[in-house]
Ligand binder design. Structure first.
Ligand code: DQA
Length: 146
């Protein structure tokens, strides 16, 4: 049976493609979803791909992932740097979680250097653009099926 992986995306990521392309590239969120679905097929992972601009919605989906999925990939976007609620939800979900950022947040403004999500993530991937999602799914699949 396929393992289920939730891939959640936070605020403003629905604007990828036109949003600050010099920082985030030109791939749209739809392109990233297709990439995740292709990787999911290769690795026999069932991908649930979602985006929200609302913190509470992301909390609801993390809770749902904790009930239904074997792993979580999350790009929490700006909530990375602000959200104790996402930290608590991921901690409580108790499923392996990979934090992904398209950009290298450590090469950017100081306020992006702190993450509330990293302490409750299994690992963090940043700076590789959409490829980070592929790497996250590959990493999760080795953890779920050692
Ligand atoms: C981001 C980095 C965050 O600092 C920023 O707020 C985003 C996108 C990234 O993917 O590089 O919205 O998570």
């Amino acid at each position: 049976m396929s393992a289920s992986i939730y891939v959640l995306n936070g605020p403003n990521l629905n604007r990828l493609g036109t949003r600050e392309p010099s920082t985030y590239g030109t791939a749209t969120l739809g392109d990233i979803e297709s990439l995740c679905r292709d990787v999911g097929e290769d690795l026999d992972l069932e991908i649930e791909f979602r985006q929200s601009n609302h913190e509470g919605m992301l909390v609801d989906w993390i809770q749902e992932a904790g009930d239904l999925a074997q792993g979580l990939v999350i790009n929490p976007a700006a909530f990375t740097h602000t959200s104790v609620a996402l930290h608590d939800a991921i901690r409580a979900a108790e499923i392996p979680t990979v934090e992904v950022h398209l950009s290298n947040v450590f090469a950017r403004e100081a306020f992006r250097h702190h993450s509330y999500v990293s302490p409750v993530a299994l690992g963090v991937i940043c700076g590789f653009g959409p490829t980070g999602y592929r790497l996250a799914l590959e990493a999760l699949s080795t953890v779920i099926r050692p």
